[in-house]
Design a protein around this ligand. Structure first.
Ligand code: MF3
Ligand code: CO
Length: 249
């Protein structure tokens, strides 16, 4: 079922989104070789607590951490860990903030120190694909238009779109309808309506789109070991167009 949100509810979600964006801005400041994703997780959780917010991912299907930290060929849902990040790594930090019962979800990929051109181009293309998807988050568009915009941008450049994970509605629950695919046909999916709030969160690989799951039951990684990146925003569908609730200043 799709829960349409009132303007007031969207404002509440925006407050959660602003806090999440602030956390990402702090992560950006601290990321460098030698820092651990464990420290990033601790900092993120502390900022949430200091602002009266809850780390919604803790306890979700038994997940234990405030953030997901996915390094290099890891696509998503990696665990924060005490192993130092290395120069040239790319790492995606994903989290869901719950402020007063309203949620926001945003993932961002970061380069660690100096990264090579191949990795930088992946980050640039993945971020651009998110914004091309967001442009299509308009009243009356089918959800398929979003995925089509992403896939038709990245594939001609030689990249692939992960299929096993998708965007989703979000509100007082982390995962609501509709599902937002990052690939596929433009004439598929439900039509977007004013008051819907969704995530768009393309995961883009340099190699094949397929993933495998680690023995930990969570960490998804590329089957061919190629790099993967992800950028995610929470977006409200409004009469005036897409409103990004997690935009960074
Ligand atoms: N933030 C993720 C999403 O985009 C959820 C991760 S699953 C969790 O949907 F278990 F880590 F919370
Ligand atoms: Co999400």
């Amino acid at each position: 079922m799709i829960h349409l949100k009132s303007k007031r509810e969207i404002q509440e979600m925006k407050k959660a989104g602003e806090l999440l964006a602030y956390i990402h801005s702090q992560i950006k400041e601290m990321i460098k070789p030698g820092v651990t994703t464990w420290e990033i997780d601790q900092l993120s959780h502390k900022i949430m607590k200091d602002h009266g917010a809850i780390a919604q991912q803790i306890g979700y299907n038994g997940y234990k951490y405030a953030t997901c930290a996915s390094i290099n060929d890891e696509i998503c849902h990696g665990f924060p860990r005490k192993k130092p990040l290395l120069e040239g790594d790319i790492v995606t930090i994903d989290m869901v903030v719950n402020l007063n019962g309203y949620l926001a979800d945003s993932a961002w990929s970061y380069g660690v120190g100096l990264i090579d051109d191949k990795a930088q181009q992946l980050l640039d293309v993945t971020k651009k694909s998110l914004y091309l998807g967001i442009e299509q988050a308009q009243v009356n568009n089918r959800t398929g238009v979003i995925g089509h915009a992403i896939q038709s941008y990245v594939e001609p450049l030689g990249y692939s779109v992960v299929r096993e994970f998708s965007g989703h509605g979000i509100g007082q629950d982390m995962h609501e309808d509709p599902m937002i695919l990052h690939y596929g046909k433009a004439n598929k999916g439900v039509r977007l309506q004013e008051g819907m709030v969704i995530t768009i969160e393309p995961m883009i690989n340099i190699g094949h789109w397929k993933s495998s799951l680690d023995d930990d039951g969570w960490t998804a990684r590329t089957i061919d070991g190629s790099l993967s990146a992800q950028f995610e925003h929470t977006i409200a569908i409004t009469a005036e167009g897409p409103l990004i609730l997690t935009e960074q200043k």
